[in-house]
Design a binder for this molecule. Structure first.
Ligand SMILES: *[C@@H]1O[C@H](CO)[C@@H](O)[C@H](O)[C@H]1NC(C)=O
Length: 156
């Protein structure tokens, strides 16, 4: 009796705990890349060696609203004006909005860059040559999907 009460309680909690997906960055490039998650404040520099993966659960930042994951090819790139790829997202209730853009140049020029939700029925951004198209396209998916940015994805 007691055990089954606990099982029911846990089952009721599970959907809440699983309701929000993650922003994931996968580095398939040969070289190390560096990233910062920037909301109302700038997070610590994260180092992703070739083959590494980084993620954070989507959150809504009460100061900035959206969050931008800024990626450069050099350490300290956020502070020295290096070309950066920006994975921006906004958690909006049950919806995750995401887009991909570059500033100060295209750090992954010549390599495919793919931003794709785990729910494959949602749209993706893919730059086959690593060059940002004019403007940025904001896409959306349900918030329990992950959105994964793969650097040097091979192809779109
Ligand atoms: C979403 O990303 C997290 C963190 O990397 C991972 O643990 C989880 O398995 C992923 N879920 C899906 C559906 O890809």
């Amino acid at each position: 009796m007691y055990a089954s009460t606990i099982a029911v309680s846990l089952a009721a909690l599970t959907p809440l705990a699983a309701a929000v997906g993650s922003a994931v960055v996968v580095n398939k490039c040969a070289d190390t890349v560096y990233l910062w998650s920037v909301g109302g404040s700038v997070g610590p520099e994260q180092t992703l060696a070739s083959g590494d993966e980084w993620s954070e659960e989507f959150y809504y930042d009460s100061t900035s609203g959206g969050v931008t994951i800024k990626i450069t090819r050099g350490s300290d790139g956020l502070y020295d004006g290096s070309a950066q790829t920006d994975f921006a997202y906004t958690l909006d209730g049950d919806t995750i909005w995401y887009d991909l853009s570059d500033v100060f140049g295209d750090p992954f020029s010549g390599h495919a860059v793919l931003q794709a939700p785990s729910d494959t029925s949602c749209p993706s951004n893919c730059w086959s040559d690593g060059v940002s198209p004019a403007g940025s396209q904001t896409l959306d998916c349900q918030a329990d999907s992950n959105v994964t940015l793969t650097l040097c994805a091979g192809s779109c």
